[in-house]
Design a protein around this ligand. Structure first.
Ligand code: NAD
Length: 494
Protein backbone atom coordinates (compact mmCIF):
# COMPACT_ATOMS: atom_id res chain seq x y z
CA UNK A 1 0.00 0.00 0.00
CA UNK A 2 1.32 3.50 -0.83
CA UNK A 3 1.99 5.71 2.12
CA UNK A 4 -0.50 8.49 2.76
CA UNK A 5 0.61 12.11 2.61
CA UNK A 6 0.36 13.54 6.12
CA UNK A 7 -0.93 17.11 6.34
CA UNK A 8 -0.84 19.53 9.27
CA UNK A 9 -2.75 22.73 10.07
CA UNK A 10 -1.24 26.21 10.10
CA UNK A 11 -1.87 27.92 13.43
CA UNK A 12 0.09 30.92 14.69
CA UNK A 13 2.84 30.28 12.17
CA UNK A 14 3.33 26.64 13.21
CA UNK A 15 2.40 23.44 11.41
CA UNK A 16 0.54 21.30 13.91
CA UNK A 17 -1.51 18.12 14.20
CA UNK A 18 -4.85 18.21 16.03
CA UNK A 19 -4.41 18.63 19.80
CA UNK A 20 -5.85 15.15 20.43
CA UNK A 21 -4.00 13.63 17.44
CA UNK A 22 -7.19 12.80 15.51
CA UNK A 23 -7.21 12.90 11.73
CA UNK A 24 -9.30 11.66 8.82
CA UNK A 25 -8.47 10.36 5.37
CA UNK A 26 -8.87 12.36 2.20
CA UNK A 27 -9.93 10.15 -0.73
CA UNK A 28 -8.97 10.70 -4.33
CA UNK A 29 -12.08 10.67 -6.56
CA UNK A 30 -10.21 9.12 -9.49
CA UNK A 31 -10.04 5.79 -7.62
CA UNK A 32 -12.00 6.32 -4.41
CA UNK A 33 -8.87 5.40 -2.42
CA UNK A 34 -7.33 7.33 0.52
CA UNK A 35 -4.25 9.36 -0.39
CA UNK A 36 -3.73 11.81 2.51
CA UNK A 37 -4.50 12.32 6.19
CA UNK A 38 -5.95 15.60 7.42
CA UNK A 39 -6.11 16.79 11.06
CA UNK A 40 -9.56 16.99 12.69
CA UNK A 41 -9.24 20.28 14.60
CA UNK A 42 -10.48 20.29 18.20
CA UNK A 43 -12.33 23.20 19.77
CA UNK A 44 -9.04 24.25 21.38
CA UNK A 45 -7.23 24.21 18.04
CA UNK A 46 -9.85 26.50 16.49
CA UNK A 47 -9.77 28.76 19.54
CA UNK A 48 -5.99 29.00 19.29
CA UNK A 49 -6.19 29.89 15.60
CA UNK A 50 -8.73 32.66 16.22
CA UNK A 51 -6.76 34.05 19.17
CA UNK A 52 -3.60 34.04 17.11
CA UNK A 53 -5.37 35.96 14.31
CA UNK A 54 -6.76 38.38 16.88
CA UNK A 55 -3.32 38.97 18.37
CA UNK A 56 -1.78 39.59 14.93
CA UNK A 57 -4.59 42.01 14.13
CA UNK A 58 -4.75 43.99 17.34
CA UNK A 59 -1.16 44.26 18.61
CA UNK A 60 0.94 42.10 16.33
CA UNK A 61 2.84 42.95 13.14
CA UNK A 62 -0.22 43.21 10.90
CA UNK A 63 -1.60 46.04 13.02
CA UNK A 64 1.59 47.98 12.29
CA UNK A 65 2.02 47.15 8.61
CA UNK A 66 1.10 50.07 6.34
CA UNK A 67 -1.34 49.43 3.49
CA UNK A 68 1.57 49.69 1.03
CA UNK A 69 3.50 47.04 2.98
CA UNK A 70 0.44 44.76 2.99
CA UNK A 71 0.29 45.19 -0.77
CA UNK A 72 3.93 44.12 -1.02
CA UNK A 73 3.25 40.89 0.91
CA UNK A 74 0.32 40.11 -1.39
CA UNK A 75 2.45 40.73 -4.47
CA UNK A 76 5.08 38.32 -3.18
CA UNK A 77 2.37 35.74 -2.53
CA UNK A 78 1.07 36.21 -6.07
CA UNK A 79 4.57 35.67 -7.51
CA UNK A 80 4.89 32.42 -5.56
CA UNK A 81 1.46 31.22 -6.67
CA UNK A 82 2.28 31.81 -10.31
CA UNK A 83 5.60 29.98 -9.86
CA UNK A 84 4.10 26.99 -8.03
CA UNK A 85 0.89 26.63 -10.06
CA UNK A 86 1.86 23.21 -11.44
CA UNK A 87 2.44 21.65 -7.98
CA UNK A 88 -0.63 23.31 -6.46
CA UNK A 89 -2.80 22.29 -9.40
CA UNK A 90 -1.61 18.68 -9.12
CA UNK A 91 -2.53 18.44 -5.43
CA UNK A 92 -5.94 20.01 -6.05
CA UNK A 93 -6.54 17.63 -8.94
CA UNK A 94 -5.65 14.54 -6.89
CA UNK A 95 -7.78 15.73 -3.99
CA UNK A 96 -10.90 16.92 -5.86
CA UNK A 97 -10.84 14.99 -9.14
CA UNK A 98 -10.84 18.24 -11.11
CA UNK A 99 -8.72 18.06 -14.24
CA UNK A 100 -5.08 19.00 -13.80
CA UNK A 101 -5.17 21.14 -16.93
CA UNK A 102 -7.91 23.21 -15.27
CA UNK A 103 -6.48 23.34 -11.72
CA UNK A 104 -2.97 24.30 -12.87
CA UNK A 105 -4.37 27.06 -15.07
CA UNK A 106 -6.62 28.21 -12.25
CA UNK A 107 -3.74 28.27 -9.74
CA UNK A 108 -1.82 30.49 -12.14
CA UNK A 109 -4.75 32.81 -12.78
CA UNK A 110 -5.45 33.06 -9.05
CA UNK A 111 -2.16 34.96 -8.77
CA UNK A 112 -3.92 37.77 -10.69
CA UNK A 113 -6.41 38.15 -7.84
CA UNK A 114 -3.58 38.72 -5.39
CA UNK A 115 -1.86 41.18 -7.75
CA UNK A 116 -5.14 43.03 -8.09
CA UNK A 117 -5.74 43.29 -4.33
CA UNK A 118 -2.07 44.14 -3.73
CA UNK A 119 -2.70 47.20 -5.90
CA UNK A 120 -5.95 48.02 -4.07
CA UNK A 121 -4.42 47.90 -0.58
CA UNK A 122 -3.33 51.55 -0.43
CA UNK A 123 -6.28 52.94 -2.38
CA UNK A 124 -8.95 52.48 0.28
CA UNK A 125 -9.95 55.73 1.87
CA UNK A 126 -12.72 57.49 3.74
CA UNK A 127 -14.62 60.70 2.91
CA UNK A 128 -14.97 64.21 4.24
CA UNK A 129 -18.53 65.39 4.89
CA UNK A 130 -19.95 68.76 3.83
CA UNK A 131 -21.45 68.88 7.30
CA UNK A 132 -24.49 71.02 8.18
CA UNK A 133 -22.83 72.58 11.25
CA UNK A 134 -20.34 75.42 11.47
CA UNK A 135 -16.94 74.89 13.09
CA UNK A 136 -17.03 71.15 12.57
CA UNK A 137 -14.73 69.06 10.46
CA UNK A 138 -16.18 65.59 9.91
CA UNK A 139 -14.58 62.75 8.06
CA UNK A 140 -14.57 58.97 7.89
CA UNK A 141 -11.69 56.55 8.05
CA UNK A 142 -12.07 53.02 6.67
CA UNK A 143 -10.81 50.54 9.24
CA UNK A 144 -10.37 46.78 8.94
CA UNK A 145 -12.89 44.65 10.82
CA UNK A 146 -10.59 42.25 12.68
CA UNK A 147 -10.60 38.46 12.46
CA UNK A 148 -12.28 37.07 9.35
CA UNK A 149 -13.52 33.47 9.31
CA UNK A 150 -13.43 32.22 5.73
CA UNK A 151 -15.28 28.94 5.19
CA UNK A 152 -15.15 27.28 1.79
CA UNK A 153 -16.48 24.18 -0.01
CA UNK A 154 -14.31 21.68 -1.82
CA UNK A 155 -14.83 22.52 -5.46
CA UNK A 156 -12.43 25.46 -5.90
CA UNK A 157 -10.38 25.76 -2.73
CA UNK A 158 -7.66 28.00 -4.12
CA UNK A 159 -9.92 30.26 -6.12
CA UNK A 160 -12.25 30.75 -3.17
CA UNK A 161 -9.33 31.42 -0.86
CA UNK A 162 -8.09 34.12 -3.24
CA UNK A 163 -11.40 35.99 -3.51
CA UNK A 164 -11.75 35.97 0.26
CA UNK A 165 -8.30 36.59 1.68
CA UNK A 166 -7.10 38.89 -1.13
CA UNK A 167 -9.43 41.77 -0.13
CA UNK A 168 -9.47 40.78 3.57
CA UNK A 169 -5.68 41.01 3.97
CA UNK A 170 -5.35 44.04 1.71
CA UNK A 171 -7.81 45.87 3.97
CA UNK A 172 -5.76 44.96 7.07
CA UNK A 173 -7.77 42.07 8.54
CA UNK A 174 -6.38 38.74 9.67
CA UNK A 175 -7.92 35.43 8.68
CA UNK A 176 -8.76 31.93 9.84
CA UNK A 177 -9.46 29.74 6.84
CA UNK A 178 -11.56 26.59 7.20
CA UNK A 179 -10.85 24.06 4.46
CA UNK A 180 -13.51 21.64 3.25
CA UNK A 181 -13.34 18.17 4.80
CA UNK A 182 -13.69 16.75 1.27
CA UNK A 183 -10.58 18.45 -0.08
CA UNK A 184 -8.27 20.28 2.30
CA UNK A 185 -4.86 19.54 0.80
CA UNK A 186 -4.58 22.36 -1.75
CA UNK A 187 -5.35 24.94 0.90
CA UNK A 188 -2.69 23.52 3.19
CA UNK A 189 -0.18 23.61 0.32
CA UNK A 190 -1.18 27.24 -0.20
CA UNK A 191 -0.41 27.82 3.50
CA UNK A 192 3.24 26.98 2.75
CA UNK A 193 3.33 29.92 0.35
CA UNK A 194 1.94 32.22 3.04
CA UNK A 195 4.98 31.29 5.11
CA UNK A 196 7.37 31.64 2.17
CA UNK A 197 5.99 35.08 1.33
CA UNK A 198 7.03 36.17 4.84
CA UNK A 199 3.48 37.01 5.93
CA UNK A 200 3.81 37.21 9.73
CA UNK A 201 2.58 34.35 11.97
CA UNK A 202 -1.10 34.54 12.89
CA UNK A 203 -2.13 36.70 9.92
CA UNK A 204 -3.39 33.64 8.05
CA UNK A 205 -4.29 30.47 9.95
CA UNK A 206 -5.69 27.33 8.35
CA UNK A 207 -7.83 24.85 10.26
CA UNK A 208 -9.21 21.57 8.92
CA UNK A 209 -12.03 19.33 10.01
CA UNK A 210 -15.73 18.79 9.59
CA UNK A 211 -18.48 21.41 9.54
CA UNK A 212 -19.36 20.52 13.08
CA UNK A 213 -17.37 21.02 15.29
CA UNK A 214 -14.62 22.86 13.35
CA UNK A 215 -16.75 25.21 11.17
CA UNK A 216 -19.36 25.78 13.85
CA UNK A 217 -16.83 26.72 16.54
CA UNK A 218 -14.97 29.01 14.18
CA UNK A 219 -18.01 30.91 12.90
CA UNK A 220 -19.53 31.34 16.36
CA UNK A 221 -16.25 32.39 18.02
CA UNK A 222 -16.66 35.67 19.96
CA UNK A 223 -13.50 37.20 18.44
CA UNK A 224 -14.65 36.70 14.83
CA UNK A 225 -15.91 39.94 13.26
CA UNK A 226 -16.71 38.82 9.73
CA UNK A 227 -17.74 35.50 8.17
CA UNK A 228 -17.17 34.96 4.50
CA UNK A 229 -18.94 31.76 3.50
CA UNK A 230 -19.18 29.82 0.27
CA UNK A 231 -21.16 26.61 0.20
CA UNK A 232 -24.65 25.16 0.17
CA UNK A 233 -27.88 26.79 1.39
CA UNK A 234 -28.44 24.45 4.36
CA UNK A 235 -25.00 25.23 5.76
CA UNK A 236 -25.66 28.93 5.12
CA UNK A 237 -28.60 28.66 7.53
CA UNK A 238 -26.24 27.29 10.21
CA UNK A 239 -23.75 30.08 9.51
CA UNK A 240 -26.43 32.71 10.12
CA UNK A 241 -27.39 30.94 13.36
CA UNK A 242 -23.74 30.77 14.43
CA UNK A 243 -23.28 34.50 13.79
CA UNK A 244 -25.87 35.19 16.50
CA UNK A 245 -23.06 34.37 18.94
CA UNK A 246 -20.69 37.08 17.71
CA UNK A 247 -22.84 39.40 15.52
CA UNK A 248 -20.20 39.01 12.83
CA UNK A 249 -20.99 40.52 9.44
CA UNK A 250 -21.79 37.72 7.00
CA UNK A 251 -21.49 37.28 3.25
CA UNK A 252 -22.92 34.19 1.54
CA UNK A 253 -21.95 32.79 -1.86
CA UNK A 254 -24.34 29.92 -2.38
CA UNK A 255 -25.39 27.60 -5.13
CA UNK A 256 -27.21 28.19 -8.36
CA UNK A 257 -29.34 26.68 -11.09
CA UNK A 258 -28.36 29.02 -13.84
CA UNK A 259 -30.45 29.39 -17.00
CA UNK A 260 -28.71 29.30 -20.38
CA UNK A 261 -31.01 30.86 -22.99
CA UNK A 262 -30.43 30.38 -26.71
CA UNK A 263 -32.45 32.42 -29.25
CA UNK A 264 -32.91 31.38 -32.86
CA UNK A 265 -30.64 34.20 -34.08
CA UNK A 266 -27.65 32.97 -32.01
CA UNK A 267 -24.40 31.68 -33.49
CA UNK A 268 -25.28 28.03 -32.90
CA UNK A 269 -21.76 26.66 -32.86
CA UNK A 270 -20.72 29.21 -30.27
CA UNK A 271 -23.86 28.58 -28.19
CA UNK A 272 -23.35 24.80 -28.23
CA UNK A 273 -19.72 25.24 -27.16
CA UNK A 274 -20.83 27.67 -24.44
CA UNK A 275 -23.46 25.29 -23.14
CA UNK A 276 -21.08 22.30 -23.15
CA UNK A 277 -18.50 24.36 -21.22
CA UNK A 278 -21.21 25.72 -18.93
CA UNK A 279 -22.52 22.36 -17.79
CA UNK A 280 -19.81 19.77 -18.40
CA UNK A 281 -16.78 21.92 -17.45
CA UNK A 282 -15.48 20.77 -14.01
CA UNK A 283 -17.97 17.87 -14.39
CA UNK A 284 -20.78 20.33 -13.63
CA UNK A 285 -19.41 20.93 -10.13
CA UNK A 286 -19.47 24.64 -10.45
CA UNK A 287 -21.79 27.05 -8.65
CA UNK A 288 -22.35 28.88 -11.95
CA UNK A 289 -22.98 25.73 -14.02
CA UNK A 290 -25.44 26.54 -16.82
CA UNK A 291 -27.62 23.64 -15.78
CA UNK A 292 -30.99 24.81 -17.18
CA UNK A 293 -30.93 25.09 -20.97
CA UNK A 294 -33.76 27.02 -22.66
CA UNK A 295 -33.90 26.70 -26.46
CA UNK A 296 -36.10 28.65 -28.84
CA UNK A 297 -38.32 25.98 -30.42
CA UNK A 298 -37.29 26.72 -34.04
CA UNK A 299 -33.65 25.77 -33.43
CA UNK A 300 -34.08 23.26 -30.59
CA UNK A 301 -33.76 20.02 -32.63
CA UNK A 302 -30.67 21.21 -34.50
CA UNK A 303 -29.07 22.49 -31.29
CA UNK A 304 -29.73 19.29 -29.33
CA UNK A 305 -28.36 17.12 -32.14
CA UNK A 306 -25.07 19.06 -32.03
CA UNK A 307 -24.99 19.10 -28.23
CA UNK A 308 -25.56 15.35 -27.92
CA UNK A 309 -22.85 14.74 -30.51
CA UNK A 310 -20.37 16.78 -28.43
CA UNK A 311 -21.44 15.06 -25.21
CA UNK A 312 -20.87 11.62 -26.79
CA UNK A 313 -17.31 12.56 -27.67
CA UNK A 314 -16.29 13.90 -24.27
CA UNK A 315 -13.27 11.96 -23.01
CA UNK A 316 -14.00 10.92 -19.41
CA UNK A 317 -11.12 9.66 -17.29
CA UNK A 318 -8.08 10.26 -15.11
CA UNK A 319 -8.03 13.96 -14.16
CA UNK A 320 -4.22 14.00 -14.26
CA UNK A 321 -4.14 13.09 -17.98
CA UNK A 322 -4.03 16.02 -20.39
CA UNK A 323 -6.28 14.18 -22.87
CA UNK A 324 -9.11 13.94 -20.30
CA UNK A 325 -12.02 16.32 -20.82
CA UNK A 326 -14.20 15.35 -17.86
CA UNK A 327 -13.00 13.94 -14.55
CA UNK A 328 -14.89 12.26 -11.71
CA UNK A 329 -17.24 13.79 -9.18
CA UNK A 330 -15.71 14.80 -5.86
CA UNK A 331 -17.74 12.62 -3.50
CA UNK A 332 -19.67 9.35 -3.68
CA UNK A 333 -22.61 10.96 -1.87
CA UNK A 334 -22.99 13.34 -4.80
CA UNK A 335 -22.87 10.50 -7.29
CA UNK A 336 -25.64 8.65 -5.42
CA UNK A 337 -27.81 11.77 -5.23
CA UNK A 338 -27.40 12.52 -8.94
CA UNK A 339 -28.49 8.99 -9.82
CA UNK A 340 -31.65 9.37 -7.74
CA UNK A 341 -32.50 12.75 -9.30
CA UNK A 342 -31.87 11.61 -12.88
CA UNK A 343 -34.14 8.58 -12.34
CA UNK A 344 -36.81 10.79 -10.81
CA UNK A 345 -36.60 13.28 -13.70
CA UNK A 346 -37.44 10.41 -16.06
CA UNK A 347 -40.33 9.30 -13.87
CA UNK A 348 -41.65 12.87 -14.16
CA UNK A 349 -41.66 12.53 -17.96
CA UNK A 350 -38.13 13.71 -18.80
CA UNK A 351 -36.58 12.24 -21.98
CA UNK A 352 -32.98 11.11 -21.57
CA UNK A 353 -31.07 12.34 -24.65
CA UNK A 354 -27.63 11.24 -23.47
CA UNK A 355 -25.84 9.78 -20.44
CA UNK A 356 -27.73 8.95 -17.26
CA UNK A 357 -25.29 6.41 -15.81
CA UNK A 358 -21.79 5.70 -14.51
CA UNK A 359 -19.37 4.72 -17.29
CA UNK A 360 -18.66 0.99 -17.09
CA UNK A 361 -14.93 1.12 -17.93
CA UNK A 362 -13.51 3.39 -15.23
CA UNK A 363 -13.11 1.12 -12.21
CA UNK A 364 -13.87 2.36 -8.74
CA UNK A 365 -13.59 6.11 -9.51
CA UNK A 366 -16.61 8.36 -8.99
CA UNK A 367 -17.43 9.05 -12.63
CA UNK A 368 -20.76 9.95 -14.24
CA UNK A 369 -21.57 10.42 -17.90
CA UNK A 370 -22.43 13.85 -19.30
CA UNK A 371 -26.21 13.76 -19.12
CA UNK A 372 -28.87 15.66 -21.07
CA UNK A 373 -32.56 15.41 -20.18
CA UNK A 374 -35.33 17.12 -22.09
CA UNK A 375 -37.91 17.91 -19.43
CA UNK A 376 -41.62 17.66 -19.80
CA UNK A 377 -42.34 20.78 -17.82
CA UNK A 378 -40.76 23.73 -16.00
CA UNK A 379 -42.29 22.40 -12.75
CA UNK A 380 -40.19 19.19 -12.88
CA UNK A 381 -38.03 18.83 -9.78
CA UNK A 382 -34.74 18.67 -11.67
CA UNK A 383 -35.33 22.11 -13.21
CA UNK A 384 -34.79 23.92 -9.91
CA UNK A 385 -32.64 21.47 -7.94
CA UNK A 386 -28.91 22.16 -7.89
CA UNK A 387 -27.26 18.79 -8.65
CA UNK A 388 -23.66 19.98 -8.78
CA UNK A 389 -22.87 17.43 -11.47
CA UNK A 390 -22.82 16.99 -15.27
CA UNK A 391 -26.60 16.97 -15.71
CA UNK A 392 -28.42 19.38 -18.01
CA UNK A 393 -32.17 19.93 -18.06
CA UNK A 394 -33.60 21.24 -21.35
CA UNK A 395 -36.85 23.06 -22.09
CA UNK A 396 -38.13 24.76 -25.26
CA UNK A 397 -39.66 28.25 -25.45
CA UNK A 398 -41.47 30.24 -28.12
CA UNK A 399 -41.14 33.92 -27.13
CA UNK A 400 -38.65 36.16 -25.38
CA UNK A 401 -41.17 36.75 -22.62
CA UNK A 402 -41.58 33.02 -22.03
CA UNK A 403 -37.78 32.57 -21.85
CA UNK A 404 -37.48 35.34 -19.26
CA UNK A 405 -40.34 33.94 -17.17
CA UNK A 406 -38.80 30.46 -17.16
CA UNK A 407 -35.35 31.85 -16.33
CA UNK A 408 -36.75 33.74 -13.34
CA UNK A 409 -38.95 30.90 -12.13
CA UNK A 410 -36.36 29.67 -9.60
CA UNK A 411 -35.29 30.14 -6.01
CA UNK A 412 -31.72 30.74 -7.22
CA UNK A 413 -30.14 33.77 -8.86
CA UNK A 414 -26.41 33.34 -9.30
CA UNK A 415 -25.73 33.51 -13.05
CA UNK A 416 -27.34 33.28 -16.50
CA UNK A 417 -26.24 32.95 -20.13
CA UNK A 418 -27.92 34.63 -23.11
CA UNK A 419 -27.00 33.75 -26.69
CA UNK A 420 -28.32 36.01 -29.45
CA UNK A 421 -26.81 38.17 -32.21
CA UNK A 422 -29.45 40.81 -31.54
CA UNK A 423 -27.74 43.26 -29.17
CA UNK A 424 -30.93 45.01 -28.08
CA UNK A 425 -32.64 41.72 -27.26
CA UNK A 426 -29.58 40.43 -25.36
CA UNK A 427 -29.55 43.56 -23.26
CA UNK A 428 -33.32 43.41 -22.63
CA UNK A 429 -32.99 39.84 -21.42
CA UNK A 430 -29.87 40.62 -19.38
CA UNK A 431 -31.80 43.38 -17.60
CA UNK A 432 -34.87 41.22 -17.01
CA UNK A 433 -33.19 38.11 -15.61
CA UNK A 434 -32.82 38.20 -11.81
CA UNK A 435 -29.25 36.95 -11.33
CA UNK A 436 -25.98 38.45 -10.12
CA UNK A 437 -23.91 37.65 -13.24
CA UNK A 438 -25.20 37.62 -16.83
CA UNK A 439 -22.95 36.37 -19.61
CA UNK A 440 -23.96 37.40 -23.14
CA UNK A 441 -22.56 35.21 -25.94
CA UNK A 442 -20.02 33.79 -23.50
CA UNK A 443 -20.07 31.76 -20.30
CA UNK A 444 -18.15 30.99 -17.09
CA UNK A 445 -15.63 33.83 -17.36
CA UNK A 446 -14.43 35.51 -14.19
CA UNK A 447 -11.91 38.20 -13.35
CA UNK A 448 -10.52 39.85 -10.22
CA UNK A 449 -11.87 43.13 -11.60
CA UNK A 450 -15.51 42.05 -11.99
CA UNK A 451 -17.90 41.60 -9.05
CA UNK A 452 -19.25 38.12 -8.42
CA UNK A 453 -22.26 37.07 -6.35
CA UNK A 454 -25.89 36.12 -6.36
CA UNK A 455 -29.47 37.27 -5.99
CA UNK A 456 -32.25 35.50 -4.05
CA UNK A 457 -31.31 32.04 -2.69
CA UNK A 458 -27.83 32.33 -4.20
CA UNK A 459 -26.73 34.52 -1.30
CA UNK A 460 -25.66 38.07 -0.60
CA UNK A 461 -22.45 40.09 -0.61
CA UNK A 462 -20.05 40.34 -3.53
CA UNK A 463 -16.56 38.95 -4.14
CA UNK A 464 -13.93 40.25 -6.58
CA UNK A 465 -13.84 43.82 -7.81
CA UNK A 466 -12.77 46.90 -5.91
CA UNK A 467 -15.92 47.08 -3.79
CA UNK A 468 -15.03 43.76 -2.11
CA UNK A 469 -12.18 45.41 -0.22
CA UNK A 470 -14.62 47.96 1.28
CA UNK A 471 -16.74 45.05 2.49
CA UNK A 472 -13.81 44.07 4.71
CA UNK A 473 -13.69 47.51 6.32
CA UNK A 474 -16.09 49.71 8.25
CA UNK A 475 -16.23 53.46 8.44
CA UNK A 476 -15.26 55.31 11.58
CA UNK A 477 -16.74 58.83 11.69
CA UNK A 478 -14.55 61.46 13.32
CA UNK A 479 -15.99 64.82 14.44
CA UNK A 480 -13.52 67.62 15.19
CA UNK A 481 -14.68 70.89 16.66
CA UNK A 482 -12.48 73.59 15.12
CA UNK A 483 -13.94 76.47 17.13
CA UNK A 484 -11.87 78.39 19.70
CA UNK A 485 -15.04 78.80 21.77
CA UNK A 486 -15.71 76.43 24.68
CA UNK A 487 -18.68 74.08 24.31
CA UNK A 488 -21.89 75.75 25.40
CA UNK A 489 -23.96 74.71 28.38
CA UNK A 490 -26.07 71.76 27.15
CA UNK A 491 -29.16 73.00 29.02
CA UNK A 492 -29.31 76.39 27.29
CA UNK A 493 -30.01 75.56 23.64
CA UNK A 494 -28.95 78.28 21.16
P1 NAD B 1 -21.23 22.74 2.23
O1 NAD B 1 -22.19 23.84 2.49
O2 NAD B 1 -21.60 21.37 2.62
O3 NAD B 1 -19.82 23.03 2.96
C1 NAD B 1 -19.13 24.24 2.81
C2 NAD B 1 -18.23 24.45 4.02
O4 NAD B 1 -19.04 24.69 5.17
C3 NAD B 1 -17.33 23.25 4.36
O5 NAD B 1 -16.05 23.72 4.71
C4 NAD B 1 -18.03 22.65 5.57
O6 NAD B 1 -17.18 21.94 6.42
C5 NAD B 1 -18.56 23.90 6.26
N1 NAD B 1 -19.66 23.65 7.21
C6 NAD B 1 -20.56 22.65 7.20
N2 NAD B 1 -21.40 22.76 8.26
C7 NAD B 1 -21.02 23.86 8.95
C8 NAD B 1 -21.49 24.51 10.14
N3 NAD B 1 -22.52 24.04 10.84
N4 NAD B 1 -20.87 25.64 10.54
C9 NAD B 1 -19.83 26.14 9.86
N5 NAD B 1 -19.32 25.56 8.74
C10 NAD B 1 -19.92 24.44 8.28
O7 NAD B 1 -20.90 22.84 0.66
P2 NAD B 1 -20.22 21.74 -0.28
O8 NAD B 1 -21.17 20.63 -0.49
O9 NAD B 1 -18.84 21.45 0.18
O10 NAD B 1 -20.10 22.61 -1.64
C11 NAD B 1 -21.06 22.70 -2.60
C12 NAD B 1 -21.90 23.95 -2.50
O11 NAD B 1 -21.11 25.13 -2.57
C13 NAD B 1 -22.86 24.06 -3.68
O12 NAD B 1 -24.14 24.46 -3.27
C14 NAD B 1 -22.22 25.13 -4.55
O13 NAD B 1 -23.08 25.75 -5.45
C15 NAD B 1 -21.67 26.05 -3.53
N6 NAD B 1 -20.65 26.92 -4.12
C16 NAD B 1 -20.94 28.24 -4.33
C17 NAD B 1 -19.99 29.08 -4.93
C18 NAD B 1 -20.26 30.55 -5.16
O14 NAD B 1 -19.30 31.29 -5.30
N7 NAD B 1 -21.49 31.01 -5.22
C19 NAD B 1 -18.76 28.56 -5.32
C20 NAD B 1 -18.51 27.22 -5.11
C21 NAD B 1 -19.47 26.41 -4.51
Amino acid sequence: MTELAEYKMLIDGEWIAAEDGKSFNSLTPATGMPWATIPEATANDVDRAVKSAHQAFSVGPWSKATPTERGRYLRKLADLLAEKSEELGRVESIDTGKMLKETRWQAKYIAEFFYYYAGCADKVHGDTMPIDKSDMCVFTMREPLGVVAAVVPWNSQLFLVAVKIGPALAAGNTVVLKASEHASAAMLEFGKLIEEAGIPPGVVNIVTGHGDPCGRILTSHPLVQRISFTGGPDTAGHIIQNSKENFAEVSLELGGKSPFIVFDDADLESAVNGSVAGIFGASGQSCVAGSRLYLQDTIADKFLEAMVEQAKNIEIGDPLEDSTQMGPLATTAQLDRIEIEVDYAQEEGGKLLHGGKRPSNLGSGWYYEPTIIECADQSNRIVDTELFGPVLSVLRFRTEEEAINHANDTKHGLAAGVFSKNGARSLRVAKAVRAGIIWVNTYRVVSPIAEFGGFKGSGYGRESGFQAIYDYTRPKTIWVNTSEEPMSNPFTMR
